[in-house]
Design a protein around this ligand. Structure first.
Ligand code: MG
Length: 157
């Protein structure tokens, strides 16, 4: 059996006047994630996890932040495109797990919808979405931003 694991990490600042999108789902929240795209840290961490597992570089090399095509892009579309390239390289997703780090918002009401959206972008593979806090420590604890970690397991198609 040929399998590969990859890891992804991301963080973005929370700003007023920006819609919050996490795992491809729009949250009702007073701030959103600033970024070149929609700032979806869960999708970005997953992009890097699947690219890393396939040995295909990172999100910055695939979707450069100075490329106007990705300004305001849906990160689910970026994840879809990254996974298309992973597929093309001969790999399919076994499963992925991602963790959002921050005190707010609560993800439970949107967890299943986020899992569905992320799974759909990853060819229907199993995606788990969880969240944790840092006991008010650091930038996530102070509510200045959100971070995410993800791991993905791929197998030879
Ligand atoms: Mg990012």
């Amino acid at each position: 059996m040929s399998i590969r694991v990859g890891i992804g990490v991301d963080a973005h600042a929370l700003e007023r006047g920006v819609p919050l999108v996490l795992g491809g789902v729009r949250f009702d929240f007073d701030r959103g994630l600033a970024g070149h795209s929609d700032g979806d840290v869960l999708a970005h961490a997953l992009v890097d996890a699947v690219l890393g597992a396939a040995g295909l570089g990172d999100i910055g090399s695939l979707f450069p932040s100075d490329d106007a095509r990705y300004h305001g892009a849906s990160s689910l579309d970026l994840l879809r495109e990254a996974y298309r390239q992973v597929n093309e390289a001969g790999w399919t997703l076994v499963n992925a797990d991602c963790i959002l780090i921050g005190e707010q918002p609560r993800i439970a009401p949107h967890r299943e919808e986020m899992r569905r959206c992320l799974s759909e972008a990853l060819g229907g593979g199993e995606v788990n979405v969880r969240a944790t806090t840092t006991d008010h420590l650091g930038f996530t604890g102070r509510g200045e931003g959100l971070a995410a970690h993800a791991v993905a397991l791929l197998e030879r198609a």
